[in-house]
Ligand binder design. Structure first.
Ligand code: CUA
Length: 329
């Protein structure tokens, strides 16, 4: 599947167009399995057609042919024996290919890996970029950036129910289990935007839990990281200042964090650099002013069951709030 970002960039969600070494290995296993199963299927259909063609033609009046019961055919025994041997060999070949693939996937070199913690929520993704230096850590939401050619070790957790991370263009699936930490190592080898989808039914809006993964050249990635490490920019106009005061004075502040301000909520996504993200509501809406307003006014219209309450603010207040949120680049 391929769609487009607001910027017109193609977004790929396709295991058959691998963009990383691991997805490529899995693609190889898929091709092998498909080829082998196609051969088996064709052989069975041919054998079936041959049997039909050879079978004696009877009419409702002709007597049943009971001869094979009295003298079992040697050829039938031999054919069944060979078919069993061939089927066993085929299954063993699939097993060997599967084990080989699993080992190849686990051998991804992890030198200079980016360390990320990804936490599943109903129905969004919390993303923490880790660093030995706590001052260099930062948190974002609903988007992942990876430098092309460099591995990433992603620790997977969940705050509520079981979710599953699946970026088909980069790797297979891995569960995110409450109370446990699993990890997955990924490497993107081609620049692009790859859509990840939660692949475990996790409630009402499971299908709307997507995660755009941007694989970009290392220099561009570093620029993004530097930007994300900054505190939220202070409002630089009256309207934005009013917007910030509205943010801090309503329920927004109870669930969201904006670094450098009093907003430290952790129930909802970190909004420090909201305006730099490609989408709203976990890959659901392109991130623009109209969608942001519609989402704030009535999130339930888009994602019934989401924890975010409706905020039908009066016009001038809403515009100031949008001015402020759009300044969080
Ligand atoms: Cu989260 Cu399905």
């Amino acid at each position: 599947m391929s769609t487009q970002t607001a910027a017109g960039q193609a977004v790929l969600q396709d295991a058959l167009q691998p963009a990383g070494v691991q997805a490529d290995t899995i693609f190889g296993l898929w091709n092998f399995t498909l080829a082998l199963c196609t051969i088996v299927f064709a052989a069975i259909v041919l054998a079936f057609l041959y049997a039909l063609w050879r079978a004696p033609r009877g009419t409702p009046e002709s007597a049943p042919d009971l001869a094979p019961l009295a003298h079992p055919e040697k050829r039938v025994h031999r054919t069944v024996l060979w078919a069993t041997v061939i089927a066993t060999v085929g299954l063993v070949m699939l097993l060997v290919a599967d084990v080989w693939t699993a080992r190849a996937l686990a051998r991804l070199p992890l030198k200079e890996a980016v360390n990320i913690e990804l936490i599943g929520h109903q129905w969004w993704w919390e993303v923490c970029y880790l660093d030995e230096d706590p001052a260099k850590r930062f948190t974002t939401a609903n988007e992942l950036h990876l430098p092309v050619g460099r591995p990433a070790i992603v620790a997977l957790k969940s705050r509520d129910v079981i979710h599953t991370l699946w970026v088909p263009a980069l790797h297979g699936k891995r569960d995110m289990i409450p109370g446990r930490s699993t990890t997955i190592a990924l490497r993107a080898d081609k620049q692009g935007v790859y859509r990840a989808q939660c692949a475990e039914f996790c409630g009402l809006e499971h299908a709307l839990m997507a995660l755009p993964v941007t694989a970009e050249p290392p220099a561009q990635y570093e620029r993004w990281v530097q930007g994300q490490r900054q505190l939220a920019p202070a409002p630089d106009s009256d309207s934005r200042k009013r917007g910030r005061d509205i943010f801090m004075g309503t329920t927004c502040v109870m669930c969201h964090t904006v670094t450098g301000t009093a907003a430290r909520g952790t129930l909802g996504p970190d909004l420090t650099h909201l305006a730099s993200r490609p989408t709203l509501a976990a890959g659901m809406l392109p991130n623009d002013r109209a969608n942001l307003q519609a989402w704030i006014v009535d999130p339930q219209r888009f994602k019934p069951g989401a924890n975010m309450p409706a905020h039908p603010l009066p016009g001038p207040q809403m515009h100031a709030l949008l001015d402020y949120l759009e300044s969080l680049k």
